[in-house]
Design a protein around this ligand. Structure first.
Ligand SMILES: Nc1ncnc2c1ncn2[C@@H]1O[C@H](COP(=O)(O)OP(=O)(O)OP(=O)(O)O)[C@@H](O)[C@H]1O
Ligand SMILES: Cc1ncc(C[n+]2csc(CCOP(=O)(O)O)c2C)c(N)n1
Ligand SMILES: [Mg+2]
Ligand SMILES: [Mg+2]
Ligand SMILES: [Mg+2]
Length: 323
């Protein structure tokens, strides 16, 4: 499809958010926020790095790419309002497949009441989706990685390792009907926006979303807060069906598999009750998995208790550039 026609085909007929003063159709979009802080985030998904023909249909490529970005808005404690999509389209991709990618994004955008307000279209060699999401959070209510305090509880939402297990099943072409749950968790992650919205009454909370695996994200909170995060391996929430796989696979997936798009955070014991209520209210499983400590020489790192010993939880998740 010709570029102008393509842009026309993905232009929304109306905008859901009143803050959008100008959407698609000019040199750039305009958003007007007055009483709230604006959140901006961008993540990119590339064919054969983040998805392949074996693992993801065009619809799910769009869905997942937008979900990964909305997850970062949730990790800041906000709500997502609008998004911009830069797409690199190789020649062999058909018009229908590209429309399917947009259908996947539009389905999720509808769930979160978001608007597509711009982007860019170019031809190239690997299908690439680079998405910018704009969000909003009550003034001074953003949840930073640096907000952990000594004595805090470390918690995670949902279960960990599901997405990596789903990826394994898709790549190995295992009986995916029996394991459809894991495949769905890989293809259609649900960002925890409802939960963070329900947490608005909480005074202080550190948050990070699980894109690379908690072995990374726990270290990121420890580093930003200049404290030590101690995690008990036996408390990490995992699906029962994960027991069908080896202990080594389970550990790898839960700690370093990534792409679960759950949240890992820290909160004071005093505010835990409010968090539990928010979790119940939004049907979000939450599990205490550790504690924040102040150990001068080890601050900035995460540790894990497993098989009766404490070990450094090395950053072991997915990294794109190897030093
Ligand atoms: N190429 C870049 N140019 C400018 N800033 C960048 C670039 N890459 C990452 N950043 C910034 O670095 C910080 C960390 O980014 P990172 O992508 O690691 O976080 P994330 O999106 O939470 O993780 P993930 O990419 O695994 O989902 C963010 O503030 C991000 O905007
Ligand atoms: C086909 C295929 N192969 C491998 C993976 C696994 N994978 C790719 S990127 C990433 C970390 C998050 O990336 P980022 O840091 O860019 O957010 C992971 C776990 C996949 N999803 N699909
Ligand atoms: Mg990123
Ligand atoms: Mg993140
Ligand atoms: Mg991200």
């Amino acid at each position: 499809m010709e570029e102008f026609k393509f842009i026309q085909s993905i232009t929304p007929k109306y905008y859901r958010q009143p803050s959008i003063v100008k959407g698609i159709g000019d040199d750039a979009a305009i958003i007007r926020h007055q009483q709230v802080d604006t959140i901006m985030t961008m993540d990119t998904m590339v064919e054969s790095v983040h998805f392949s023909e074996k693992t993801t249909t065009p619809y799910h490529i769009g869905y997942r790419a937008l979900a990964a970005n909305i997850s970062d808005i949730a990790a800041m404690g906000g709500t997502a309002t609008a998004y911009l999509v830069s797409i690199v389209i190789p020649e062999r991709w058909t018009d229908d497949q590209i429309q399917e990618i947009y259908r996947g994004m539009m389905a999720l955008a509808q769930t979160f009441h978001m608007d597509l307000i711009g982007g860019d279209t170019v031809s190239g060699t690997a299908l690439t989706l680079s998405i910018t999401v704009i969000g909003a959070v009550q003034k001074d209510k953003a949840r930073y990685r640096s907000q952990a305090k000594k004595g805090d509880v470390v918690f995670v939402t949902g279960t960990l390792g599901d997405s990596a297990c789903g990826l394994h099943i898709l790549l190995q072409e295992k009986d995916s009907e029996h394991y459809q749950y894991f495949v769905d968790r890989h293809q259609q992650p649900m960002p925890r926006i409802a939960f963070v919205e329900a947490c608005q009454g909480i005074k202080r909370m550190a948050l990070n979303d699980v894109s690379d695996g908690i072995a990374n994200e726990a270290n990121e909170i420890a580093a930003a807060s200049k404290l030590l995060l101690e995690i008990d391996y036996n408390k990490i929430p995992m699906q029962d069906k994960l027991n069908d796989f080896s202990e080594q696979q389970r550990i790898n997936w839960a700690l370093s598999g990534g792409e679960d798009f759950e949240l890992i955070g820290t909160i004071s014991e005093e505010e835990w009750d409010i968090l539990e209520k928010a979790a119940k209210h939004t049907n979000t499983p939450v599990t205490k998995i550790g504690t924040v400590k102040d150990r001068t020489s080890k601050n900035g790192t995460a540790w894990i208790y497993h098989d009766n010993q404490y070990k450094r939880l090395e950053k072991s998740g997915y990294t794109h550039l190897k030093g």
